[in-house]
Design a protein around this ligand. Sequence first.
Ligand code: GLU
Length: 323
Amino acid sequence: MASTLYRKGDDLGEIRGRFAPSPTGEMHLGNAWTALLAWLDVRKHNGTMVLRMEDLDPDRSRPEYAEGIMHDLAWLGLDWDEGPDTGGAYAPYVQDERRELYQRMLERLIEADLVYPCYCSRAEIQTAASAPHGGEGEAAYPGTCRSRRGGCKNRKPALRIKVPNKVISFEDGVYGRIDENLAQTAGDFIVRRSDGVHAYQLAVVVDDALMQISRVLRGDDLLSSTSRQLLLYELLGFAPPSFTHVPLLYGEDGHRLSKRQRPLALAEMREKYMSAEKLIGYLAWKAGLVDCWQAVRPEELIDGFSLEKLTREAVVVRYQDFS
Ligand code: GLU
């Protein structure tokens, strides 16, 4: 069985990192956590910070959420050098305006006979445009349509990638070496939904590659997407970035913080007179960057920032800290 090892530390040229939120709800403490860490990682290396709106799924994304996210980031003091409002050399920075690029890259894969039509389960196919947080849509596809001849006349197919039977390995900045054989885990995954919407897995690779992103830092719920993305880098002939997955914030109930927890929405906190510095200070304290919870500005954290200070354990937030 063949194996491919992707190493971290491929940052030979300019350091470029990104924050890639989906505008499907209000920004909450958990999003601020990953945004702060990604920002610090870039600023620590004097790199370029890119903000990209991942509004691929037309049913779930709303422009007012995108506006809100940019407002919240600016309020927190987490700035960006390239983005939907500022523009930059790799514009546009909004996925909805980049669909043609995804299609062009998909055609490369189709021409190389790496993709096939799939007429299976609609529910599974619908979730493909969103990043698979918390395990949705994670069951391995058994390959039903790989050898099917002819389609169903009354149904448009989704498109799946032919996943090779080989181990993909990479060094994660927090988790260390990860080995995964996609044929045994995800199976042939979706690159375009039956309604023509491109999958998150394809779009994120096309965007990070074309935007020359050299470091990806994001929540560890996306750790399980990375091998799929590395396969697409390889098949499309792009050099991959380094990957670092950080532990997420959890509530005391053991659940990942979510958009449903209104008191932890940044807008709500602001209304309750929480200052941006106090909030940044809280996250810095949880990340082990400062010894106690006090007001601090993001730039004051740059010098002392180190990923080594982060543990792999879930970081727990006490709701009463914010009530
Ligand atoms: N847009 C994705 C999300 O909000 C993140 C994608 C990524 O960082 O790769 O969950």
